[in-house]
Design a binder for this molecule. Structure first.
Ligand SMILES: *Cc1c(COP(=O)(O)O)cnc(C)c1O
Length: 368
């Protein structure tokens, strides 16, 4: 079957990730209204793939009063995006550049005596970080008492100003599982007071606990996933901000028995039409979703045929009419039946967070 090249009227010229900041704004307002205290917008990993500066500015414009990031370098990007609320960076090596933190007005977490000792010139604003159950970042509970007295000495010496005490919950998606972490943090904050410290904020909860456990809210909730429409607790409908499209770049008719893609993991069981999309695992379509994944094309969901390649996928459209330049929707909010980020995560055996933070750099971003 010959396939004429149709007019490109309805076409998108290149793969594109469209980012709806109004959705981020609406999600932010939801957390601001439900939080018992303040909201820290977590914009690590390029704002969960939605644009660090755009998400930070949108969140602050909609009521967030803190920004949280992982690395100091991300904190600098937040400042350079024009945000002037307090910014906290919570995962840095011992030799983190404290001068940069002070110059840009970025708070640092302190998870160990070694991190504290590395602060030679201050004062830098710090949040003492307690491991409240992940055995990951944060001070081991048995080191906390020593960290408190050292922090008090460093404060008196003018090297640090202790503004916060923080923890993180290990099992917040499980109802009723937060009590040990909450108790640990409250006890840790009390020990800080007994050491003479006067942290103004205690913070523990991220998206799941913010949505399901007001007793864990304390003074600030740190919201990342929820801002971009991901609810790991499965309790709340948030607004998805992404729509990922790609143009059909080639269409071919193939005979029954044709093997598709590397390894011929898909073999057409009838004569069919195949549409080629120029997006692959380098562009964030997980290869592990091969065999289950679908895209929206020509009015309905269609199976991705064969393995997801690095740069391309093939879509089986049966006997339906599809032309070069037609737009496929990889995922979107789901309102019109298109796959969602959550669908892709399920097909790949992962969580939505990994999908949104994995869209490759060559996908054009279009911020709305
Ligand atoms: C990523 C992160 C958050 C945000 O978690 P979400 O579940 O995405 O809201 C909060 N706190 C810490 C320490 C984090 O690393």
């Amino acid at each position: 079957m010959g396939t004429p090249v149709r007019s490109l009227r309805h076409a998108s010229a290149a793969p594109e990730l469209s980012i709806d900041l109004a959705a981020v704004g609406a999600n932010t307002r939801k957390f601001v209204s439900l939080a018992r205290g303040e909201v820290m917008a977590v914009v690590k990993a390029d704002g969960f793939g939605h644009g660090l500066g755009d998400v930070a500015r949108t969140a602050v414009a909609n009521g967030a009063t803190w920004i949280g990031v992982t690395s100091l370098a991300e904190g600098v990007l937040v400042r350079e995006s024009g945000v002037d609320v307090p910014v906290l960076s919570w995962l840095n090596p011992v030799d983190v550049d404290v001068h940069t933190a002070v110059r840009y007005g970025i708070d640092l977490s302190v998870p160990s005596l070694e991190h504290l000792a590395a602060v030679e010139h201050g004062p830098v604003r710090v949040h003492l970080q307690l491991d409240t159950g992940l055995a990951r970042d944060g001070a081991a509970p048995e080191t906390w008492l020593a960290l408190m007295s050292a922090a008090r000495k460093a404060e008196i010496a003018g090297k640090v100003s202790v503004v916060g005490v923080m923890g993180h919950l290990p099992c917040a998606d499980t109802p009723g599982a937060n009590a040990p972490g909450r108790r640990a943090l409250l006890r840790g904050a009390e020990m800080a007071r007994q050491a003479g410290l006067r942290p103004s904020v205690r913070h523990l909860a991220a998206t799941s606990a913010a949505l399901t456990d007001p007793s864990a809210h304390l003074d600030v909730v740190r919201i990342g996933a929820g801002l971009v429409g991901i609810d790991p607790s499965g309790t709340t409908r948030l607004h998805s901000a992404l729509r990922y499209t790609a143009p059909v770049v080639q269409v071919r008719r193939v005979a029954a028995g044709t093997g598709v893609g590397y390894g011929h993991t898909y073999v057409a069981d009838r004569a069919t039409t195949l549409a080629l999309l120029p997006v692959g695992y380098a562009d964030g379509l997980p290869r592990a979703a091969s065999g289950r994944a679908e895209v929206w094309l020509a009015g309905r969901r269609r199976k991705v045929a064969g393995l997801v390649s690095m740069d391309q996928v093939v879509v089986d459209v049966g006997d339906d009419a599809v032309a070069q330049g037609d737009e496929a929707v990889v995922f979107g909010p789901g309102d019109e039946g298109e796959p969602t980020v959550r669908d892709w995560a399920e097909w790949a055996g992962t969580i939505p967070h990994e999908i949104v933070t994995g869209i490759g750099p060559r996908v054009r971003r279009n911020v709305r």
